[in-house]
Design a protein around this ligand. Structure first.
Ligand code: UDP
Length: 324
């Protein structure tokens, strides 16, 4: 295939980034992944080792970025995103989303490249408005346990606004709500990898607190479709616009745990343990904007998405029987 435009994906070896790399290659781009392999994994890109249009760079975006001959699109997905890392990697996360993001924006300016930025539902903090629409400015504790991630992602958005005021800058911002699927690490610490690993290994599922807190879980293929629609849309419609992206089906963590037990053949039970402080009570996106602008909505229901993810975790954990 003759490859056309050049797309750079920061965080290309990560869970979402690696699926996006696959999709961009399918869509005919030349693709460069930039990753420091902090949370991203080489295995996520191994299947592309013979792919002519693909380049894998080991680089930390906190350092000045490599020189490129041309860049048409940048997808900025580099950052640890698991609450389990927010304390242990607090400074790294804050720097990646501030100085690292600035380096990425400068690359976009240098090449007049179009940019898609991974922001997060975390910028809404522990929301007092439900569901959350893009106009809601959030409820984040600047000194809270999630602050290094939440505040640096908020800064990344603020910096995008500043760049758009000063430069010719076409950034499209995605506030990504809870997403799951194959290539999440089984030690990632987020709820779906935890519950699936626990269920597959016959360990009890650890529900934090009473389990009445809610989340809305989007399967990664739906997310990637939304990212590409945003990346492929004309500037006039989407430049410097913020979009929520995620599933609208909101469930309690108890319901998630029960669904996992119904889906995996396991002897595991549910146990309730201490809930982390400032764990948001509710989360559900209002996706009217992306629906009306790009006709995007999630298509994969939780059972289907969990089935696909379970197969991956079974392989990862070596739990399948040799002839299955
Ligand atoms: N959670 C849980 N058990 C786990 C991991 C997470 O009950 O083993 C809960 C957590 O308290 C939160 C929800 O699941 O309310 C989602 O957590 P996750 O870390 O996946 O993402 P968050 O939405 O908090 O960023």
């Amino acid at each position: 295939m003759t490859r056309g435009e050049h797309a750079v994906v920061t965080g290309g070896a990560g869970f979402v980034g690696s699926h996006l790399v696959d999709r961009l290659l399918e869509d005919g781009f030349r693709v460069t992944s930039i990753d420091n392999y902090g949370s991203g994994r080489r295995e996520n890109l191994e299947h592309l080792s013979d792919e002519a249009g693909f380049t894998e760079l080991e680089h930390d975006i906190r350092e000045p970025l490599p020189e490129f001959k041309n860049v048409d699109q940048i997808y900025h997905f580099a950052s640890r995103a698991s609450p389990a890392d927010f304390k242990s990697h607090a400074i790294e996360i804050a720097q990646t989303n501030s100085q690292g993001t600035r380096n990425v924006y400068d690359l976009a300016i240098e090449h007049y490249a179009q940019l898609v930025i991974a922001s997060t539902s975390e910028i809404y903090g522990d929301p007092e408005v439900h569901p959350q629409s893009e106009e809601y400015s959030g409820n984040v504790n600047v000194r809270g346990p999630r602050a290094p991630y939440d505040e640096s992602k908020r800064f990344a958005e603020a910096l995008a606004v500043a760049y758009a005021q000063r430069y010719e800058f076409d950034a499209r911002i995605l506030r990504i709500f809870n997403t799951y699927g194959p290539r999440m690490r089984n030690d990632d610490g987020r709820v779906i990898p935890n519950f699936l690993s626990q269920a597959i290994q016959g360990k009890d599922l650890t529900v934090y607190g009473d389990g009445t807190q809610t989340r809305s879980f989007c399967y990664v293929d739906d997310l990637v479709e939304g990212i590409r629609r945003i990346g492929g849309a004309e500037s006039e419609r989407v430049a410097n616009t913020v979009f929520n992206i995620g599933h609208t089906h909101e469930i309690t963590i108890n319901t998630l745990a029960e669904t996992v037990l119904d889906t995996v053949d396991t002897s595991s039970e549910i146990v309730h343990i201490d809930r982390p402080t400032e764990d948001p009570d509710y989360r559900q996106p209002n996706i009217d904007r992306i629906q009306s602008t790009l006709d995007w909505e999630p298509t994969v229901d939780l059972h289907t998405g969990l089935d696909r993810t379970i197969s991956y975790f079974e392989r990862e954990l070596g739990a399948m029987t040799p002839d299955s």
